[in-house]
Design a protein around this ligand. Structure first.
Ligand code: ADP
Length: 237
């Protein structure tokens, strides 16, 4: 049986001021599964991704990744766990502006263990950027910057790739290139969790989990935000 890579149990996240961004979320994601997270703005998608990427902790509930309850780890252990298990891809890229493409990837190696220029170069060649190694982010197109981010996310061979609107800032041609890289990651057995508004992206996933008001919309449950009479939107089996 395929093992569970992610197990979230009754996760609630309250921010100061009383906003309940997540409200008793429970979900399982299997190893090698590609899951899209969808939902209206403010429904808790980024908050959930922050928990899965060990950038934040729930107020209550647990978050299990590869068998470990990360909510029990001390802050430095959490950071170490994140570096080893998780690769992150953001809509806004978050590349260091004064480092080249190669150096940005090597920085991720440095934080994980040890920089290795040959390995970093190879990772950039794999995403089609062999001719852009020494360019600064400002000298790369949006699509190229996102490919650097993907090389950076993959460089330490994490089991889980978490992405927040990875195609949100890209034109159609670059979206296709980036989605091809996601298809490759999926084929290689990575577990992918992708927050997206884009139905094309979610259609490529094995399954879509929908959030609304900080809760998972269960199969058979209508989204309350939908106007009366609109089709019911379900969590795919
Ligand atoms: P989404 O990614 O689906 O747009 P978020 O997870 O960013 O949703 O936000 C969920 C809710 O939590 C929103 O109401 C948002 O305003 C609130 N929120 C998010 N981050 C914070 C924060 N750091 N402090 C206070 N409230 C926050």
């Amino acid at each position: 049986m395929t093992k569970k890579m992610i197990e979230v149990r009754q996760a609630t996240k309250e921010y100061a001021g009383g906003t309940r961004a997540l409200d008793g979320v429970s979900l399982d994601i299997l190893q090698g599964e590609w899951v899209a997270i969808m939902g209206p703005s403010g429904s808790g998608k980024t908050t959930l991704l922050n928990l899965l990427s060990c950038l934040d902790r729930p107020t209550s509930g647990t978050v299990g990744i590869d068998g470990a309850d990360v909510t029990r780890l001390a802050a430095n252990q959490m950071a170490q766990f994140r570096r080893e298990k998780v690769g992150l891809v953001f809509q806004q890229f978050h590349l260091v502006p004064y480092l080249t493409a190669l150096e940005n990837v090597m920085l991720a190696q440095y934080f994980h263990s040890m920089p290795d220029a040959d390995e970093a170069r190879h990772a950039l060649e794999e995403v089609g950027l062999g001719a852009r190694l020494h360019h600064l982010p400002s000298h790369l197109s949006g699509g190229e910057q996102q490919r650097v981010c993907i090389a950076r996310a993959l460089i330490n061979q994490p089991q889980v790739i978490l992405a927040d609107e990875p195609t949100g800032n890209l034109d159609e041609a670059n979206e296709e290139i980036v989605l091809d890289l996601f298809r490759n990651m999926h084929a290689q057995g990575h577990t992918l969790v992708v927050v997206t508004h884009d139905p094309t992206v979610s259609a490529m996933a094995d399954r879509t989990i929908r959030l609304e008001h900080g809760r998972v919309v269960e199969p058979g449950e209508a989204m309350t935000a939908m106007p009366t009479g609109a089709p019911r939107v379900l969590q795919q089996a």
